[in-house]
Ligand binder design. Structure first.
Ligand code: NAD
Ligand code: IPM
Ligand code: MN
Length: 357
């Protein structure tokens, strides 16, 4: 039978709780669908590792992780102990860049039975395609006139033709493969006078190659409002690094909880191992209490299996999640979903559902 090598990096905070919970579900999927997951645990990319070693990751982290088929990642960051930009640029953001994981896939769907904050949501089923290697996320720029009243700081945004075109091509291709064939591009070309008009011009150029795909361009502010007022009208949404980040917390919150959403940091060329994580962070406000919702991490596992070619297992995991969430048993559900259960009770319910199907 097939075997996949998976590097497991729990990181900080609730990453250390939702990763083991999701691994139980992945192990159950492997059992039911007769493949093997050979996991190896790594303690780096965490603030604990930093405390011991003075860096977020060892110098040879890339060499250590490259041989794996995929990386299963929790969350990083503990701003009480160190600034987030230090912990994140030293870990997750470095992985995304070094492995050139330019496509960040973040799907959201409304699961029947899950209480959502909208009165009349309709059928929400969208995929956010987030550019993951450039844009607003840079360390370029500088600070001048330190500690004077003229103090100033400049932060550059980078958009390269290759970087923009490859994410747009991915998003158009994905939209073309879906029934609605509808792509929404997030922009802000009214205020951001150079990079965003450039983004829009590349959308227009790519659109000529995909005549079947209906494209809308919306300013990010209006787009956020439309996510709330008519979320079911979106299919594929493509955005720059920052806009994609913001939209991908908003979308799952509209379907009930940020804790439900998965994220795949994908290298579509498959030269590097892709990284699968939940959309949420280390949630230190609830860490250590066994109350974090594990579904985002479980769905990240499903996304990973899909990427590895185990589509039936991925589908079965999502189906098990839908069944458990849909029956709305408060003893199983976590607090963010209105339940009284725990991280482990919810993961165990999904595991059981998966094995009994
Ligand atoms: P967060 O996503 O960790 O938490 C935001 C809110 O959502 C919190 O109230 C939290 O309790 C809640 N929440 C998040 N996940 C949940 C879950 N699974 N179940 C129930 N509730 C959940 O965002 P934040 O507070 O802005 O960031 C905390 C830390 O995580 C920071 O250090 C941040 O930089 C980092 N972070 C890391 C990643 C990552 O590693 N991929 C992603 C986002 C944030
Ligand atoms: C995410 C996170 C990261 C991002 C942070 C922690 C740097 O919010 O994965 O969505 O902005 O990419
Ligand atoms: Mn984010």
């Amino acid at each position: 039978s097939k075997q996949y090598r998976v590097a497991v990096i729990p990181g900080d905070g609730i990453g250390r709780e939702v990763v083991p919970a999701a691994l139980r579900v992945l192990a159950a999927a492997a059992k039911r669908f007769s493949f093997a997951l050979a996991t190896s645990d790594f303690d780096f990319a965490s603030c604990d590792y930093y405390d011991k070693h003075g860096s977020m990751m060892p110098a040879d982290w890339e060499k250590q992780l490259r041989p794996f088929d995929a990386i299963f990642f929790g969350a990083v960051g503990d701003p009480r102990r160190m600034p987030d930009h230090v912990s994140l640029w030293g870990s997750l953001l470095q992985m995304r860049r070094t492995f050139d994981l330019y496509c960040n896939l973040r799907g959201t769907r409304l699961i029947p039975g899950v209480p959502c904050p909208l009165r009349d949501p309709g059928k929400i089923d969208m995929v956010i395609v987030r550019e993951n290697t450039e844009g607003e996320y840079t360390e370029m720029g500088g600070k001048l006139f330190h500690d004077t009243d003229r103090e100033m700081v400049v932060q550059e945004t980078v958009m390269t033709r290759q970087g923009v075109d490859r994410i747009l091509e991915y998003a158009f291709t994905l939209a073309a493969s879906r029934p609605a064939k509808h792509l929404t591009s997030a922009t802000k070309s009214n205020g951001i006078a150079l990079t965003m008009p450039y983004w829009d011009s590349r959308v227009a150029a790519m659109s000529a190659r995909f005549p079947d795909v209906r494209v809308d361009s919306m300013h990010i502010d209006a787009l956020c409002a439309a996510f709330v007022s008519r979320p079911a009208s979106f299919d594929v949404v493509v955005g720059s690094n920052l806009f994609g980040d913001i939209l991908s917390d908003l979308a799952p919150a509209l379907t009930g909880s940020l804790g439900l959403a998965a994220s795949g940091n994908i290298d579509p060329t498959r030269r590097s191992p892709s990284v699968f994580e939940a959309v949420h962070g280390s949630a230190l406000d609830i860490a250590g209490k066994n109350v974090a919702n594990p579904v985002g991490q479980i769905e990240a596992g499903a996304l990973m299996l899909r990427h590895l070619g185990e589509e039936a297992a991925a589908d079965a995991i999502s189906k098990a999640v839908d069944a458990v969430l849909g029956r709305g048993d408060a003893a199983e559900l976590t607090r963010d979903l209105g339940g009284k259960g725990s991280t482990t009770s919810l993961a165990e319910a999904v595991e059981k559902e998966l094995l009994s199907a």
